[in-house]
Design a protein around this ligand. Structure first.
Ligand SMILES: [Fe+2]
Length: 190
């Protein structure tokens, strides 16, 4: 991880704006504002080269680099680096979440009902790629699938490691279960 003062400054400015949006209350509309602000940050594409965020060899294919977080565990911004493929079953986040593309494609499916209300049913499919993004309220359920590698922002209202176990749909047993995040997470704040 290379120290990059210009990147740190751009990230700090974005997160300051996102804090202010969050302060006014989390609604579908405010998550949309957060999404737009993150796209603006992603547009400074040269600040986030793939070389600075290499995917780890181990794990399930997805590596998270933490690039900003408050001392109270709020407002966590990660760069997610996927070498080839990764996927996650339908799950919620227990906090707001935004995914914004830098490189490659991440297929996101949204589901109709909150966790615990029967089997998930797809409502929408959206491909996150450079210049686009998707936002979620704490109860929204989505699944992701990457093939061919990707580099994205994953931003959450709260530190993933500090959150309680999220809800996910286990297709094998056909029931909702809970799990902690399994990806390797590197603290890349400098
Ligand atoms: Fe997610």
């Amino acid at each position: 991880m290379i120290h990059n003062p210009e990147r740190n400054q751009a990230v700090a400015e974005a997160m300051s704006d996102i804090r202010a949006i969050d302060l006014a209350g989390i609604t579908r509309e405010s998550v949309e504002q957060i999404r737009i602000r993150l796209i603006e940050l992603a547009n400074q594409r040269d600040l986030f080269p793939w070389d600075d965020f290499p995917p780890a060899e181990s794990g399930d294919g997805s590596t998270l680099y933490l690039i900003s977080q408050d001392d109270d565990h709020r407002f966590a911004l990660y760069v997610q680096s996927v070498a080839e493929r990764t996927e996650a079953p339908p799950h919620d986040h227990l906090t707001w979440a935004c995914i914004v593309g830098l490189e490659g494609e991440e297929v996101n499916r949204k589901y109709k009902r909150a966790a615990g209300h029967g089997p998930p049913e797809v409502s929408e499919e959206f491909v996150v790629k450079r210049g686009t993004g998707i936002g979620f309220l704490p109860d929204d359920v989505h699944s992701i699938k990457v093939t061919g590698g990707s580099l994205n922002f994953h931003c959450y209202g709260h530190d993933l490691l500090d959150l309680p176990a999220r809800n996910y749909w286990d297709e094998k047993s056909r029931q909702w279960k809970t799990m902690k995040v399994r990806f390797p997470i590197f603290d890349a704040r400098s």
